[in-house]
Design a protein. Structure first.
Ligand SMILES: [Fe+2]
Length: 487
């Protein structure tokens, strides 16, 4: 395990303010759509790197000067970087959702969102329970479909060649009109596993498995007890794992138009989080094990060993609640804002027992492992971390955390730059756990531009190439790699 006592970077208040201000610059909208070959390249793109990175995230955060109440409500914009024969090609395009098109035409906010109220007070919002599907959270290329994903609704299908929006997709009839499909699928042994939480009250958890052509292999459904806000999941060869954090919801202020749904979330730090372990192969076999109280958006990897399940998760003490009033990212008080740290969990399969151990003191999000290690015991885990090891701050660096404690590495792009989610691209001809590259879109506030960093996964301080874009891309969420080059 890691030595958690590492040097603490002591920043002055003024340094911290500058850091947060620089980071918040990355939440400026990018209204333009581009399509060009990237010519400003430092280093060299490896010739083995043939394929495409797709990445999703909010591209704009307002309509005609009216700001959305939460970054989670920004309109989804897909970035595509295709690699072929040592060259790279960039394209970005907004997902033409019903809400994006209608708000663009109207020139004002027309929809409520996760943390957004329509302007005009409660009378403008009362009894309006339709959210805008922002299509902004993840993007997946599966079964020859490119899907922009958002956890509260159906995915939008796009043409991977042109990034044109085709429309809402029900996955060959899998999703009936009211079903939502989470933005955090897992892929294990060429099977796509995903879930959806249906409804706000009397919720149902639905889990699907799809083959590589997108055909349904399995569907399971379970009623949820209490309010479940499930963003991510974990998978092993035999189990689905979910964490139900101790939320409660009082939805009346939302219904009557006074508050966004996110403002109605209550977090009870005196109640346990529930680890939900569901058999992939047996019907109706679900075990719920109560652990500490904590919150976490993102989980790492899970595996089974000696009658236990092990997994990693980014955990904070409480839910990091935003409100429409404090949604200005440059004013976040990180000293008080809940910060996630990576923990490793050990869950007994024979008794109701779970323990957890902190692996690193840096604030973290967006963990990933080599795709072939999903569901298997991993030595390395890669993620974004803060540039200090004492908690709060913007995500800036990329860490390769070695769970043996021997060879942890941290890459800092620069004091003014902020790395996005690292996406692991496996080396096509090598099979080691760190054979491949980490690819990350980096926003640099000193130039107000972004670049794609290609790091060697063996030595993440070996920057293989920086592909400089001619503009900025706002901080985003999740992306994916496919070995098909879409140019
Ligand atoms: Fe996420």
């Amino acid at each position: 395990m890691q030595d958690l006592e590492q040097p603490v970077m002591n920043l002055t208040t003024s340094d911290k303010q500058t850091l947060i201000k620089n980071w918040a610059e990355g939440y400026k909208s990018q209204l333009n759509e581009y399509n060009y070959e990237i010519e400003n390249i430092e280093g060299e793109i490896p010739h083995e790197l043939e394929g495409t990175i797709f990445r999703n995230g909010p591209g704009k955060f307002e309509v005609n000067g009216q700001k959305f109440g939460h970054i989670f409500d920004g309109d989804g914009m897909i970035c595509r970087i295709a690699f072929s024969q040592g060259k790279a090609y960039f394209q970005n395009s907004y997902v033409r959702t019903e809400g994006y098109l209608a708000e663009k035409k109207a020139g004002k906010i027309l929809y409520r969102g996760f943390g957004t109220q329509k302007p005009g007070g409660f009378l403008a919002n009362i009894f309006d329970i339709k959210f805008k599907n922002a299509a902004n959270t993840n993007v997946l290329h599966w079964g020859d479909k490119l899907l922009a994903m958002w956890e509260g609704g159906k995915p939008h299908q796009l043409n991977p060649q042109t990034l044109e929006t085709i429309g809402l997709d029900d996955l060959n009839g899998l999703l009936d009109p009211n079903k939502s499909f989470s933005a955090h699928p897992k892929i294990i042994d060429d099977v796509l596993v995903n879930f959806g939480v249906q409804g706000i009250t009397n919720q149902q958890l639905v889990i699907w498995e799809l083959d590589k052509n997108g055909n349904k292999l399995k569907e399971k459904s379970f009623p949820m007890e209490g309010f479940a806000f499930l963003h991510d999941m974990l998978i092993t060869p035999n189990y689905y794992i979910f964490i139900q954090h101790p939320f409660k919801i009082g939805a009346l202020p939302f219904l009557f138009g006074f508050q966004s749904i996110e403002q109605c979330f209550g977090f009870d730090k005196n109640k346990p989080a529930k680890i939900i372990v569901i058999s992939r192969h047996e019907d109706n076999q679900m075990n719920i094990i109560e652990g500490d109280s904590f919150f976490g958006f993102h989980h790492g990897n899970a595996w089974e060993k000696d009658d236990h399940i092990y997994f990693q998760s980014c955990c904070s003490d409480v839910y990091p609640q935003m409100t429409q009033e404090n949604s200005d990212m440059s004013k976040i008080a990180y000293d008080k804002f809940p910060t996630s740290n990576l923990y490793q969990f050990k869950v007994s399969l024979t008794s109701p027992k779970v323990t957890r151990e902190k692996l690193d003191n840096r604030g973290c999000e967006f963990p990933c492992v080599h795709p072939n290690w999903v569901g298997k015991e991993n030595r390395y885990i890669y993620m974004n971390v803060t540039d200090n090891n004492n908690g709060g701050g913007p995500l800036q660096n990329i860490i390769k955390l070695d769970l043996t404690g021997e060879a942890t590495q941290v890459w800092n792009p620069s004091p003014t730059a902020f790395a996005g989610e690292p996406i692991f691209v496996p080396h096509p001809e090598k099979n080691g756990e760190d054979d491949g590259w980490l690819v990350s879109l980096v926003y640099d506030s000193s130039t107000n531009k972004s670049y794609l960093a290609i790091l060697s996964a063996q030595d993440i301080n070996q920057v293989v190439a920086k592909l400089h874009l001619s503009h900025h891309i706002p901080h985003g969420f999740h992306g994916t790699w496919t070995s098909k080059a879409f140019i």
